[in-house]
Design a binder for this molecule. Structure first.
Ligand code: FES
Length: 163
């Protein structure tokens, strides 16, 4: 079966199926548990869940894309949550998004090729007085400027390289 790396071990899903067998209403829970295992929801996993739950892949995809908690692509080592709430939007979240795009070459929902960073745009992070804000691995960085945002990701990349 294909490449040696990158193989998604579908056997890891079995305990979830034994727990929720036949319970179509558990789809969200099953997807959550699957994402905990793989870090995201690979396509093979979506298909296997559909097969085992007796529903169409389209239905599973529908649920997976409806809830923003689900990721359909692998997430990078560092997750940047860029606030696109109203206050941040008004105070220049778009220019931060552009700066990150320039620095990392990725936009919302994407991961850098080296797997170091992913960006996810989110609604209000709850610290609007610091807008515009981004959160990296749970730490909020506020009053951002394009240059400051770039410096932060450079520093995190350098720290990652050092460790
Ligand atoms: S709108 Fe960005 S933190 Fe509230």
């Amino acid at each position: 079966m294909g490449k040696e790396n990158n193989i998604v071990d579908l056997a890891l899903l079995e305990p979830i199926f034994s727990e929720f067998e036949g319970d179509e209403h558990a789809l969200v829970t099953i997807l959550q548990r699957s994402q905990e295992i793989y870090g995201y929801l690979p396509q093979e996993v979506i298909y296997r869940i559909a097969e085992r739950m007796g529903v169409s892949p389209a239905k599973v995809m529908g649920v997976a894309t409806f809830y923003s908690q689900f990721r359909l692509k692998p997430v990078g080592k560092n997750l940047i949550m860029l606030c696109k709430g109203t206050a941040c939007h008004v105070n220049g979240a778009d220019s931060i998004a552009n700066a990150l795009k320039e620095e990392l070459g990725i936009g919302d929902g994407e991961t850098t090729e080296d797997g170091l960073f992913s960006i996810k745009e989110v609604a209000c992070l709850g610290c609007c007085s610091l807008s515009p804000v981004m959160m990296v691995n749970g730490t909020a960085y506020g009053s951002l400027t394009a240059e400051k945002a770039k410096e932060i990701v450079r520093r995190i990349a350098a720290e990652g390289a050092a460790s």
